[in-house]
Design a protein around this ligand. Structure first.
Ligand code: FES
Length: 105
């Protein structure tokens, strides 16, 4: 399954999803710009923020309560914002498109 990361200036980066691995892990393994993942996936840094393409929101789901705490502080927060470290990859996500914000916290 392939996921596309679109940066705020429209640059795209594709990466292969790994089933059971978080989207943040996939992004950092593939050196996708704009995803830092500073806390290593502990829902504590907010530097893995992505904005899910609204068409995909039903498939990948909305943020959970623990993600909300970090996202609430984020000025670039959108209705479909997620912390990518909390998005565990699935084969069903083939073709997923997420945007990365202009600034990570
Ligand atoms: Fe820190 Fe996701 S990697 S919140």
């Amino acid at each position: 399954a392939v996921v596309t990361f679109v940066s705020h200036d429209g640059e795209t980066h594709e990466a292969a999803l790994v089933e059971g691995q978080s989207l943040m892990q996939v992004a950092t393994d593939n050196a996708v710009p704009g995803i830092d993942g500073d806390c290593g996936g502990e829902t504590a840094c907010g530097t893995c923020h992505v904005i899910v393409d609204p068409q995909w929101s039903d498939v990948v789901g909305l943020s959970g309560a623990d993600e909300e705490e970090m996202l609430a502080m984020n000025p670039e927060r959108q209705p479909t914002s997620r912390l990518s470290c909390q998005m565990v990859g699935s084969e069903e996500w083939d073709g997923l498109v997420v945007r990365t914000p202009e600034f990570q916290l």
